[in-house]
Design a protein around this ligand. Structure first.
Ligand SMILES: Cc1ncc(COP(=O)(O)O)c(C=O)c1O
Length: 380
């Protein structure tokens, strides 16, 4: 079955009423057949039919054994880190979402888990950074906010040689473009808030596990800690999946047009977009992404912080907001917004300059988006 057909039908089979769209089950608890017999559902933290429908569809789209849906992307990421114990080590990509950076460096370090950042686009650096106690390799591809491309299949092989798991934050690519589990990863992670929800009206997260054993370990942690996705969010997330491929492909086309425009602009120093043949990860991206190169474009101005601030505050169609992946285009300055939780020195050392601007390209007409950027860049 093709991706688009699975997105519409798997997990969405009509129930006893014949309703084409399954209802939203709000019940917190479920009547049991007997005191020592359990029905399919017993309590909504442990399982809910609306959440299950979304989880079933996403597992099918990611080619995984099972999905667990969470109340946010960070809750999903935190759940993965709870597989580890004191003394373990995480190796994570340097081009990392700011919230993951904060979780790794300011929360889970308290549990005695150490983290090293490495440029995962450089496989020799990844190999060299493994330690005897490394239990998890954490990557994003494309990375955030510099859109670095990491070879997922190669990282899976390296991680497994060292007895480590590979988790891929697949938020930027979505299963419409990249399916990490098919490339050997163990866990694919999403901020559902982004492309899967797709309309800036859902906060959610998800994990897709490659096999049953890993799924059961993660399910145990989720049920024990409780950050599950609520029924309305589950319904909206499942609805988002139905149009995911169409939206993402159209957004990728818009992003390609904008990246091409930015490369010719006199006030722009560099453009980060894996679809550009000049991008260092372009060949790997061609191999592991299908149908487009994503809809996030970052660029650096020749001028610095203040010019970037003026530009992000001057657009009229691009809204000044963090987050990404929805139908409306957004613009932000990582140094003062999405990556503000980094120490400024660390942030600069990780390649995130003060003049960097990140775009989440939406579904508006590309001519309107380019005109809006052109007008705002005049202020730089
Ligand atoms: C790549 C990536 N991963 C994870 C997250 C965290 O997701 P959430 O905001 O849903 O907790 C984000 C949020 O921006 C993100 O961009």
């Amino acid at each position: 079955m093709h991706f688009r057909t699975k997105a519409i039908h798997i997990g969405n089979e009509p129930d006893g009423t014949g309703a084409v769209v399954p209802p939203i089950y709000l019940a917190a608890t479920y009547v049991q057949p007997g005191a020592d017999e359990w029905g399919t559902f017993d309590y909504s933290r442990s399982g809910n039919p609306t959440r299950k429908a979304f989880e079933t569809t996403l597992a099918s789209l990611e080619s995984g054994y099972g999905t667990l849906a969470f109340s946010s992307g960070m809750a999903a990421i935190h759940c993965v880190t709870m597989l580890l114990k004191s003394g373990d080590h995480i190796l994570a990509g340097r081009d990392l979402y700011g919230g993951s950076f904060r979780l790794f460096h300011k929360i889970i370090d308290r549990a005695g888990i150490s983290v090293t950042l490495v440029p995962t686009e450089d496989l020799a650096a990844v190999r060299a950074a493994f330690r005897a106690n490394t239990r998890l390799l954490w990557i994003e591809s494309p990375g955030n906010p510099l859109l670095t491309i990491t070879d997922i299949a190669a990282c899976a092989a390296i991680a497994h040689q060292h007895g480590s798991l590979l988790a891929v934050d697949n938020t930027f690519a979505t299963p419409a473009l990249t399916r990490p589990l098919e490339l050997g990863a163990d866990i694919s992670v999403h901020s559902v808030t982004k492309y899967i929800g797709g309309h800036s009206d859902v906060l959610g997260g998800a994990l897709v596990a490659r096999d049953e054993e890993l799924y059961r370990r993660l399910y145990f942690i989720q049920n024990a800690t409780g950050a599950v996705m609520a029924p309305l969010e589950s319904y909206l997330s499942g609805r988002g999946l139905k149009t995911l491929e169409l939206r993402v492909r159209a957004q990728c086309q818009n992003a390609e047009a904008i990246a091409a425009f930015l490369t010719t602009h006199p006030k722009v120093q560099s453009v980060f977009y894996p679809g550009l043949p000049t991008h260092p990860g372009h060949e790997i991206a061609k191999r592991q992404m299908s149908g487009g190169f994503g809809a996030i474009v970052s660029f650096e101005l020749i001028a610095g912080f203040n010019a970037a601030k003026r530009v992000v505050e001057s657009t009229r169609i691009f809204r000044l907001a963090v987050s990404l992946g929805a139908v409306e285009s957004l613009i932000e300055q990582p140094a003062s917004m999405s990556h503000a939780s980094y120490d400024p020195e660390v942030r600069r050392a990780n390649g995130i300059s003060d003049g960097l601007i990140r775009l989440s390209v939406g579904l508006e007409h590309p001519d309107d988006l380019i005109e809006d950027l052109d007008r705002a860049l005049a202020t730089a």
